[in-house]
Structures are given as C-alpha cells and as structure tokens.
Write a protein that binds this ligand. Structure first.
Ligand code: PGA
Length: 257
C-alpha cells in the first residue's frame, strides 16, 4: 500500500487559480514521479476544470463532501454519483469544518459514508478532538466514539481500499500548531487499536490512517515517518504547488499490508 497525500483546497480558488495549481501539480509529478497516491479536493465549482488538466497524470481528485441521498430535492447539495460523473474517486466526509459549520453529527457522516460507498467512491472519514477535549484528556474517548458513530459496517473492505480515516486534531487545523510526533504516534496507535476492536482484525488492520493539521513542507518528512501514518490530509499547504510537491516528495514506502 502506498502513502496518500491528499490536498484539501477547501473554499479557495477561482478558475484561474485552480488551473494554475493543477497545471503546476501535473508538471511537478511528471518531473519527479512519486510512489505516493496523490489526490486533490477542489471546491465543486473547479472539479471539472481540474479533472480536465489532471486526467492521465496519476493525480486523482475528489469532493470535499457529498449528500447522503442518491438524488432529489436537496437544494445546494451534491450527490456521490455527481462526483463520480466528474471522475472523482474519493470524497472527504466528516471534516471538522463540516461538523462545525453544518452541524454534522457522526450519524450524518455514517449515512454519507454508506451512500458514497454505494456510488463507488472511497471515503476519507475525518475524526479528531477539539482543544477543550484535549485539555480535558478526552482525545481518546472523543475519537473512539467518532469512529464508532461515523464508520458503517463494511468500511475499509477486505483490503483497506474501501475507506480511509484521517486523524485531524481540530486545534491543529489551519493554526500552524502541528501535533508533536509523540502525540501523532500515540493517537494513530489508538485509532488503529479502535479500528481493529470495532471493525475486526482484517478490516481494522487494512484501513490507512492519514494525519491532518498544519502539515507543511517543513514538517512533512517527520510527520510521514511516524509509525501508522499512511499519509497526510493537507489544507493550507496544498494551495501552493511547490509546498505540496515538497510534501509529496517526503512520502515513504509503507510496509505491504
Ligand atoms: P491545514 O488543514 O493543513 O490547513 O491545517 C488540514 C485539513 O483541514 O484537512
């Protein structure tokens, strides 16, 4: 299995920005081929543009969210099939900004995950504790419950290709305060233990666990070398092609699963 570098562009980028970023990324991976799996998550309005530029480059793309229904009266929402229609392979679900801005609960995330899997998308389900929860030593309880509530039966599949988990401590997202390698190692070991306990040995061991929260060009190598870190979900630093390419170049091989 390969490490995954996923760039979450969030609510950033007009057409010219998305074109320039996608073109620079394509040129960068052609110039320096990587063993990593590279994905970008543009805003919905830019997915088609990015898809045209990245087609055949080896860099994949996905959505930052999707609805839990196949279609119908849901003004402003996007279904997993609509993402698939644009060549998306993945979708981020349960990001803490969705949980915060749209009151998404674990149950919502689970329903969306089920629908994404039905449509053939690979979900990247985000979990992570808030600053207050960490201050109260609640990080394990919080993340354990999020895993229980957000991941449906069958998540991860037999070989781990049916879903990934991203551990993203909320206090580290967009703040420049990356978690220490010790904290990341401890939480990834905890998440692995919970996945095995909750999903069973085979599925639980196969699911790749990404770290997210202020990963940048300077700290990527140390984060990506932590045991159980199967890649990174990158926000701010994914908007600058040179930084994102540096992060891609910092990936390591993963032991065969
Ligand atoms: P950040 O965002 O890299 O800007 O901290 C990470 C994320 O929200 O996935």
């Amino acid at each position: 299995m390969r490490q995954v570098i996923a760039g979450n562009w969030k609510m950033n980028g007009l057409t010219a920005d998305a074109q320039a970023l996608a073109q620079a990324l394509r040129a960068g991976v052609e110039h320096a081929p990587t063993q990593a799996e590279v994905l970008v998550f543009p805003p919905y309005t830019q997915i088609a543009t990015v898809a045209r530029i990245l087609a055949g480059s080896g860099v994949g793309w996905g959505g930052q969210d999707c609805h839990m229904a196949e279609n119908g009266p849901h003004t402003g929402d996007i279904s997993p099939d609509m993402l698939r229609d644009l060549g998306a392979t993945h979708v981020i679900l349960g990001h803490s900004e969705r949980r915060r801005d749209h009151n998404e609960l674990d149950e919502t995330v689970r329903e969306k995950t089920v629908e994404a899997l039905r449509a053939g998308l690979i979900p990247i389900v985000c979990v992570g504790e808030s600053e207050e929860q960490r201050a109260g030593s609640q990080q394990e309880d919080t993340v354990g419950w999020q895993i229980k509530g957000s991941l449906p039966d069958g998540f991860g599949g037999a070989d781990g290709s049916g879903g990934l988990v991203a551990y993203e401590p909320v206090w580290a997202i967009g703040t420049g305060r990356v978690a220490t390698v010790e904290d990341i190692a401890a939480m990834h070991a905890f998440v692995r233990g919970e996945l095995v306990r909750q999903m069973g040995e085979t599925a639980g061991r196969g699911i790749r666990i990404l770290y997210g929260g202020s990963v940048n060009a300077a700290n990527a190598a140390s984060v990506l070398a932590v045991p159980e870190v199967a890649g990174a979900l990158v926000g701010g630093a994914s908007l600058k092609a040179t930084d994102f390419l540096t992060i891609i170049a910092a990936t390591t091989g993963l032991p065969a699963a």
